[in-house]
Design a binder for this molecule. Structure first.
Ligand code: CP3
Length: 354
């Protein structure tokens, strides 16, 4: 009897529009998902999270599975994004931090010296068994719908660690980068290991694509990005290079960095709402798909204005080598979730290939 290789979760999603668009292959219609699609915009999310702190909820596979599936069921999006947070792997290796509602990640003892760095261990899969469990459970339930795993990029993680919390100007981070470039490089190399290992755990357990979030790297010039950041993001992305998962690389305000972020090892470059997809495609050339880029605030506009903008983005995306429809940044907590459902249906309807 001929033996057939066992079917893996990724075999089931290989022909999904999301994976195909990421690989610049033709699609039946433009795939769509939303950054922060799981979260406070959904009443069913608020209900299951009640009384459970954010970081604790990320460590419960049953709850992670339910929360990750909620927006897929409700909106009919083309992908699930794993419910977790960019600081979960830092917590897992022992960093004393919390996610404070309305504030974001807050670190008890910021990392600013060589001794602080020496206390930050590498991440192994044994630090995060609950991530493996949740991804395995999720991919079983998702079937042909791809799961996107993710991690924070070294610069964005370093900013939280060095500043001790969210920062507008990243002043201590930039002071360290320029004042002690050797310590900065060693810190980013450690964070690249942690991010890369976190991506690898998710991809090994069955995620079909990964996204590296460098949310705050738009604060840097091209020169500083090349000198102090790019190789570390490249190292994080390289950790899954052999695993057959498309890699998405996203930041906010990164119009001037798009080509450099692609070069770091991405298949798809995320574009925020400040640059049109047509400009982004010109800047990136033929080797990358793009993801984006509806302004999340436009979800509050009257439907005709929103509809016009969605149609424009879909049209611009059709000129790109590949396009995944998304927002230019995360869903805002006060948005009416029915609008997201309607946008999903509109993207599908107006992009269906004959
Ligand atoms: O649906 C999804 O997109 C998946 C889940 C997800 C979360 N955080 C859940 C979350 C993802 C992909 C992230 C990534 C993340 N976390 C980033 C990169 C993406 C981005 O927005 O640029 C960043 C910078 C963080 C750090 C962070 N964590 C912030 C700024 C906040 C918001 C704090 C607040 O309360 O306003 C968090 C908390 C967080 N992460 C929430 C969620 C759903 C809100 C917590 C809650 O519901 O109580």
């Amino acid at each position: 009897m001929p033996t057939t290789a066992p079917t893996t979760p990724r075999d089931l999603t290989r022909d999904s529009d999301l994976v195909r668009a990421a690989r610049r292959q033709d699609v039946g219609r433009t795939p769509v998902w939303f950054m922060r699609q799981a979260g406070r915009s959904l009443p069913e999310y608020r209900a299951v999270r009640e009384g459970i702190p954010m970081l604790e909820s990320c460590m419960r596979p049953e709850l992670v599975t339910e929360i990750t599936l909620q927006p897929v069921r409700r909106h009919g999006v083309d992908a699930a994004i794993f419910f977790s947070d960019i600081v979960v792997p830092l917590k897992a290796v022992g960093v004393d931090l919390d996610i404070v509602p309305g504030v974001g990640p807050v670190v008890a003892a910021p990392v600013r010296t060589r001794a602080d760095l020496d206390r930050l261990p590498e991440l192994t899969p044994d630090h995060v068994p609950y991530i493996t469990d949740a991804v395995e459970q999720l991919t079983r339930e998702l079937g042909p719908t791809p799961l996107i795993g993710f991690a924070g990029a070294p610069f964005t993680l370093a900013s939280y660690l060095v500043e001790g919390g969210p920062s507008k100007n990243h002043e201590r981070t930039k002071a360290l980068m320029h004042g002690d470039p050797e310590l900065w490089a060693d810190l980013c190399a450690r964070l690249a290991q942690i991010s890369g290992a976190f991506l690898r755990v998710q991809a090994s357990a069955g995620a079909s694509a990964v996204q590296l979030f460098d949310s705050w790297v738009g604060a840097l010039s091209r020169a500083d990005y090349v000198a102090h950041v790019q190789r570390h993001s490249a190292a994080a992305l390289a950790a899954v290079a052999d695993l057959d998962v498309p890699r998405i690389h996203f930041g906010v305000g990164t119009g001037e960095l798009l080509d450099l972020m692609g070069e770091a090892g991405a298949d798809v470059v995320g574009v925020d709402f400040r640059v049109s997809l047509a400009d982004a495609t010109r800047r990136l050339g033929p080797s990358y798909a793009v993801q984006g880029n509806l302004d999340p605030a436009l979800l509050f506009a009257p439907w005709p204005a929103l509809e016009r903008r969605v149609r424009e983005i879909v049209e611009e995306g059709r000129q790109a080598p590949g396009h995944i429809f998304n927002l230019g940044h995360g869903v805002l907590p006060d948005v009416d979730p029915d609008v997201l459902t309607r946008v999903t249906a509109l993207v599908h309807e107006c992009s269906t290939r004959s």
